[in-house]
Ligand binder design. Structure first.
Ligand code: 4NP
Length: 162
């Protein structure tokens, strides 16, 4: 069976999307599902290309036993074809992805990450923590973990339906 390829996208690829990648991989390991998925993350801006994730994000994740080891990279055109589901962290990321999509197939793969969040209550953006304090990073962790669990449950339900 081919792997489901999922990609998380935020602005800088140093806070929200590398966290989502790490949390999703952590859940896969805990549930013995690593072979079923290929997980990646990118940013819509090139500003932090090649950098490690933000130290504040890594610190908060480590406090929850999650290791964030991704290096930032910028989305390329191939990414829209080489993934099955592309998860935008906020509306601005979503709009940029949609503008870059060339085909209806590419457009159809792009969804808002928090559309899977059972606690979203209509708030579909993962807040950008970059300019704020450590509390904002904890909030991002809570949202990302809750949403990744629901996303994995959703994808596994789809798979078992066959
Ligand atoms: P991210 O956070 O999109 O979650 O990686 C940000 C990181 C850097 C900047 C903005 C958001 N920045 O403006 O440099």
């Amino acid at each position: 069976m081919s792997r489901t390829r999922i990609m998380f996208v935020c602005q800088g690829n140093i806070c929200r999307s590398p966290l989502a990648e790490a949390v999703f991989n952590h859940l896969l390991t805990r549930r013995n599902l690593t072979g079923r998925y290929r997980v990646d993350s990118t940013g819509v801006s090139a500003y932090h290309q090649g950098e490690n994730a933000d130290p504040r994000m890594r610190q908060v994740a480590a406090g929850h036993d999650v290791v964030v080891s991704h290096r930032a990279r910028t989305i390329g055109r191939d990414d829209l074809d080489h993934n099955d589901i592309i998860l935008a962290m906020d509306r601005s990321n979503y709009d940029i992805l949609q503008r870059n999509a060339q085909t209806p197939e590419q457009r159809g793969r792009i969804v808002m990450f928090r559309s899977f969040d059972p606690g979203a209550h209509g708030q579909l953006d993962v807040p950008d923590p970059w300019y704020g304090g450590i509390d904002g990073f904890e909030t991002v962790f809570t949202i990302v973990e809750r949403t990744c669990r629901a996303l994995l449950d959703h994808l596994e339900r789809d798979t078992t339906k066959g």
